[in-house]
Design a protein around this ligand. Structure first.
Ligand code: SAM
Length: 240
């Protein structure tokens, strides 16, 4: 029986993302299209010529490290959140973060590429990445080979396609949202709505209402709760 090999890889970049905690980050890219992030190439890879030709592609594969989970180790069987946390699956049959090699893979829409002195930053749209995520590699998404419409998966949870509950901002939260959107020059209202529509609560809390939750976006804490027929954004606070 051949034995395992150990390799050492170096990160080529780091992500600056709106998501400051794992809670609230969508479970896959493209579900919260308003989420903004920037991938910064790190020396010695911060050379613009490494990106020559990337403008020919709308999306890239991002390979990254689940750096916030490494210390938690891996599990042979995991409870995918969308199975209600009740049943287990083999880790290799899931996109769990608790893997033998904590490597994540996301297809992300790329935006502008910025060069500021020696810094090279790539705008990413709709990423499912925590702020500070180390990047191992990026590759162009090749529709002619990567897109497999005939591929099947009996697992894809329908919940992600069912009618989301409406997201309602209190008058106070609306005012705060307008102020912070202007400060950040971002459409915070749509971003928060898209995130909460995904219902980030762990499934064992899915039936609980009137329990307050918080999501950290940049230096903001979004306080919200589930009601019977809708989600309520209670308040948006700036955290020191
Ligand atoms: N699209 C990737 C994949 O399929 O490999 C990631 C899927 S994983 C289910 C998505 C979750 O990873 C997010 O909801 C977030 O909680 C978590 N996550 C994102 N960045 C992370 C990081 N740097 N460290 C640990 N967990 C992270």
């Amino acid at each position: 029986m051949p034995s395992t090999d150990a390799f050492q890889f170096t990160s080529i970049g780091i992500v600056h993302s709106c998501y400051q905690e794992k809670f609230g980050i969508p479970r896959q890219p493209g579900l919260v299209t308003m989420a903004t992030a920037q991938l910064e190439l790190l020396p010695p890879y911060n050379r613009i010529d490494t990106l020559d030709g990337i403008e020919a592609y709308s999306h890239i594969w991002v390979q990254f490290v689940f750096h916030a989970c490494i210390s938690e180790g891996w599990k042979a069987k995991v409870r995918p959140p969308r199975l209600g946390g009740k049943s287990k699956m083999g880790v290799f049959a899931t996109r769990s973060t608790h893997r033998p090699n904590p490597i994540g893979l996301s297809v992300v829409k790329i935006g502008k590429i910025h060069q500021q002195d020696k810094r090279i930053l790539i705008d990413l749209h709709g990423a499912d990445l925590l702020d500070g995520t180390p990047i191992l590699d990026i590759k162009p998404y090749l529709p002619y080979s990567d897109c497999l419409p005939q591929a099947t998966s009996s697992f894809t949870p329908t919940t992600e396609r069912s009618q989301p509950k409406p997201v309602v901002f209190t008058v106070k939260a609306q005012q705060q949202c307008a102020t912070f959107s202007a400060n950040l020059e971002k459409d915070l209202y749509t971003l928060i709505t898209q995130i909460i529509e995904q219902d980030p609560r762990p499934s064992y809390l899915a039936n609980q209402i009137d329990r307050e939750h918080g999501i950290s976006l940049w230096d903001l804490n979004i306080r919200w709760q589930a009601k019977d027929q809708y989600f309520e954004i209670i308040e948006i606070e700036q955290v020191k």
